[in-house]
Design a protein around this ligand. Structure first.
Ligand SMILES: [Zn+2]
Length: 415
């Protein structure tokens, strides 16, 4: 059966918390599960998930406890993975693959809030929301719109940090299941997953107010439209509607809880540190600095976070930013007090290149590449050091960029 014809044949659907669904065994659900499983496999194989020792097991155990009382169709296997991205997002594929972004784990303040996200996502899979979402698309035009959502997302967020992310997913060839589910399931199904998620928290003996505190934590992102639009949390009005809906549903004054739970602290610290590095990788220096600040407030001065902040400052445009960057690199070296921690030396070299101080850049690269040092990008850095020694011009601050940049700038440079 052709894909479109297949989606068009979606029939009436039934729902209910933790109940087996009449439509559960039908062909459409099987097809969606198959597609979801294939796409989850691509995401995993291509290295977009992060195996954080201990964390994946903890998340899986918590998920199992939450869905303990629910009847789950045997076709659905609920499995949670950590997604390597600094954005505050999460999504679930129809086969039950749940992806929690490192950026979301960095934003949340307690395991109960994490539980809410897990419960919400699990409800999408248990409740066959992918199929319902397609059933809502009543006309052929609407179905085309759903099918082309991935492309819309990739184009619609051009210029923002999301653009690279969605481009990447599009390049992976991820189809309907991933691209539409990442952008949420629409108002009704999101509300259903929120309410049912609260019930699951209650049934597992956890505080349903964690749902509200989790959503409220994401609200400050609202000012930066490009970073929130089209992601798990939905559009701005949708997020506000979801909060209002939960306030009504819970019929209780949930406190505006911004405290970080003691037992979640170490997870948050780790996720903030990872997020800072990932924002740096994405070349979003403003977000890198924000993540570093949050990490420092929580964990105090830390050699890697201080180094990452230094790298972001090398790219900042403020009058003193280069000086501040160098100060951060020196601070990081002092904090680490470990000859094996060499990254700040590379930072100092890159700052020296920006200052056009070749002599200093050579000296710092030599420190970075000292004999026996275990450093990433060693060969690219060695080529760069050689170019500096020979008085050749190097462009930008990232040795990994040399090859393509110099090629574009003209022949004669052999990097
Ligand atoms: Zn959702």
């Amino acid at each position: 059966m052709g894909a479109l014809k297949f989606w068009m044949s979606v029939a009436t659907l039934t729902a209910g918390l933790c109940l087996p669904l009449v439509a559960a065994a039908d062909e459409i659900n099987r097809e969606l599960v198959k597609e979801g499983r294939a796409e989850a496999e691509i995401i995993w194989r291509r290295g977009f998930t992060q195996d954080v020792p201990g964390l994946s097991d903890t998340l899986q155990t918590r998920l199992a406890r939450l869905v303990g009382a629910c009847e789950v169709d045997p076709a659905v296997t609920l499995k949670v993975r950590v997604f390597r991205s600094p954005m505050p997002n999460a999504f679930c594929l129809p086969d039950g693959s749940i992806f929690l972004f490192q950026g979301l784990l960095a934003k949340l303040n307690s395991w109960e809030q994490v539980d809410f996200v897990l419960a919400h996502e699990a409800r999408h899979a248990i409740g066959w929301h992918a199929q319902k979402r397609l059933a809502q698309a009543k006309s052929r035009v609407a179905i085309y719109q759903v099918l082309s959502l991935g492309a819309t997302i990739a184009l619609g967020t051009s210029g923002s940090s999301n653009a690279g992310f969605y481009d990447m997913l599009a390049q992976l060839g991820l189809g309907l299941a991933t691209s539409s589910m990442i952008s949420g399931y629409g108002r009704e199904l999101e509300s259903e997953a929120d309410r049912d998620g609260c019930q699951m928290l209650r049934q597992a003996g956890r505080d349903p107010c964690a749902s509200l505190s989790a959503l409220r934590l994401i609200i400050p992102e609202e000012k930066e439209e490009s970073k929130l639009a089209n992601v798990f949390w939905g559009s701005h009005p949708l997020l506000r509607e979801r909060i209002a809906d939960l306030e009504e549903f819970l019929a209780a004054d949930c406190p505006t809880d911004t405290l970080i739970a003691a037992d979640y602290r170490s997870c948050k610290e780790l996720m903030l540190l990872d997020s800072a590095s990932l924002w740096l990788e994405h070349k979003d220096y403003e977000e890198t600095l924000k993540a570093c600040e949050s990490h420092q407030r929580l964990a105090g001065p830390h050699p890697l976070a201080t180094t990452v902040r230094g790298f972001a400052l090398v790219h900042a445009t403020g009058p003193d930013s280069l000086m501040m960057a160098e100060r951060n690199f020196r601070q990081a070296l002092a904090l680490a007090n470990d000859a094996g921690f060499r990254l700040p030396w590379r930072g100092l070299a890159e700052a020296a290149i920006v200052r056009a101080d070749t002599v200093a850049a050579v000296a710092y690269y030599e420190q970075y590449l000292a004999e026996g040092a275990q450093v990433p990008n060693r060969r690219a850095c060695q080529r760069r050091l050689q170019a500096l020694r020979e008085g050749r011009t190097v462009f930008g601050t990232d040795p990994a960029d040399d090859k393509t940049r110099l090629k574009a700038d003209g022949p004669g440079e052999d990097f």
